[in-house]
Write a protein that binds this ligand. Structure first.
Ligand SMILES: *Cc1c(COP(=O)(O)O)cnc(C)c1O
Length: 435
């Protein structure tokens, strides 16, 4: 299967090229040229399948032309060696907990899948040129990507993050690893980091000097595997004998990679009725839904900081998927935007009433279901991070101490190593050229 650019001004490419390049030559994002559908029978016994078996069927439908089935199976099984449980929270609302991976963030799945696929293509080509992965992070991407790629031969990772704007635990997860992982502390915002990465990909001289790729959700190998979650949510509802005809999924959204994967999953046949793109005060998408006009804005800092994005990079994919029809988009996706106060209130109230502890990102999505779900609907919200990742914020809200899982605590005991840079392309380029 070939991948085309959302900008339509560069040739279609193979999966391998899409993964290695990240972004198309015309700065567009890659999209699969066909969206294959799963056979109806797949959904009949989906409730009996394991996460790994089910994900392999989905992956094979999407990538089967391009990766030999045994290899793909190993790749999927290796990526998904942890559970993604669905928990009942209140009335007809369920939480799909995506935080049981190595960094307790949902990005673990995409990052691990991409690292393995890149490793596979490298080996396949007997290519000994190092691949350099550049990744901008507002917190969770950096830790998931750094840990997903740690020790993968032939790949070096550079994590760019905004100084002073990520939590201590998040920072520790990508600044303490060493080996093939380098953390770059940028004196600026997340949007500055993202702009530096984008400029690096477009710089001719740099690209002649070294092989560069992205591991942000602009990369097809990062964002597409996220659709596994939604099939698994459906499977778990099926297993519980729930009504499957009115499922509403709310996704805490920043760069819109996760929700776009879900939307493509729906095109492949997954019966989800409608989606909610849940946002914090960065309400660019909601404004688009309300007005039909997309107006990026500088991001504002919130307590759900992994969603502090002022120009969601996957918006181009959403537009492309619906052929730029505002009406078609509004039919399937609604939006919401909550302030920090509303997020805090939701965490406190839900904890008190149901004993379920939300993290600030999941809280946004939970609230959108509480406010917007119709009685005949079943709501699933995506809980994208473990609450302990935002320890001080969550503790201040509920007035109780929470435990840090051992896996996270281990990061805090190691030394932080970073390279400090201003938010300047000249300086960033100088650094990369010196390697
Ligand atoms: C990355 C992230 C999001 C946003 O996901 P997108 O795919 O960028 O929309 C939400 N919550 C958490 C905890 C994240 O790390």
């Amino acid at each position: 299967m070939k991948y085309y650019s959302t900008n339509g001004n560069s040739p279609k490419v193979s999966l391998q090229t899409a993964v290695v390049k990240g972004l198309a030559a015309d700065r567009g994002l890659f999209m699969p040229e066909r969206i294959p559908t799963l056979p109806k029978a797949f959904f009949n016994n989906i409730g009996e399948m394991s996460l790994q078996d089910m994900s392999y069927v989905v992956a094979n439908t999407l990538f089967g032309d391009d990766i030999e089935s045994g290899t793909l199976k190993n790749l999927v099984y290796d990526t998904l060696n942890f559970d993604i449980p669905l928990r009942h929270v209140s009335d007809n609302i369920y939480s799909l907990e995506l935080f049981h991976g190595p960094t307790l963030a949902f990005k673990d799945v995409g990052a691990r899948f991409m690292a393995r696929i890149l490793g596979h293509f490298n080996r396949h080509n007997n290519n000994d040129a190092l691949v350099n992965v550049l990744v901008a992070t507002s917190g969770d991407t950096g830790s998931a990507v750094a840990n997903g790629f740690l020790g993968v031969p032939g790949v070096r990772v550079f994590v760019l993050y905004p100084k002073g704007k990520v939590s201590r635990i998040q920072e520790a997860q990508f600044t303490t690893l060493g080996q093939n992982i380098t953390a770059i502390e940028v004196d600026g915002t997340f949007d500055d980091c993202q702009a530096l990465v984008k400029s690096a990909f477009m710089d001719k001289e740099l690209n002649e000097h070294m092989k560069l790729t992205s591991a942000n959700s602009i990369n097809v190998a990062r964002f597409l595997p996220q659709m596994f979650y939604y099939f698994y949510a459906y499977a778990q509802l099926a297993k519980r004998g729930q009504d499957l005809s009115n499922i509403v999924v709310s996704v805490p959204s920043g760069n819109f990679g996760n929700i776009t994967a879900a939307l493509i999953g729906k095109r492949m046949g997954l019966p989800i009725k409608r989606f909610i793109a849940a946002n914090n005060r960065n309400d660019i998408f909601l404004n688009y839904l309300n007005t039909g006009v997309y107006t990026p804005k500088p991001s504002v800092a919130t307590i759900a900081n992994a969603m502090d994005v002022g120009d969601p990079s996957n918006f181009a994919r959403v537009l492309d998927l619906y052929k730029h029809s505002h009406e078609a988009i509004c039919k399937e996706i609604s939006g919401c935007s909550y302030t920090d106060e509303q997020i805090a209130e939701t965490i406190a109230k839900t904890y008190k009433e149901t004993n379920y502890l939300l993290d600030p990102h999941g809280a946004v999505a939970y609230r959108s279901l509480e406010e917007g779900l119709n009685p005949e609907e079943t709501g699933v919200f995506i809980e994208t991070a473990h609450p302990a990742k935002f320890k001080s914020t969550v503790e201040a809200i509920i007035g109780e101490e929470i435990d840090i899982p051992d896996r996270l605590a281990a990061f805090l005991n190691s030394d932080k190593r970073t390279i400090e840079l201003p938010a300047s392309m000249d300086k960033f380029k100088e650094f990369l050229m010196s390697l």
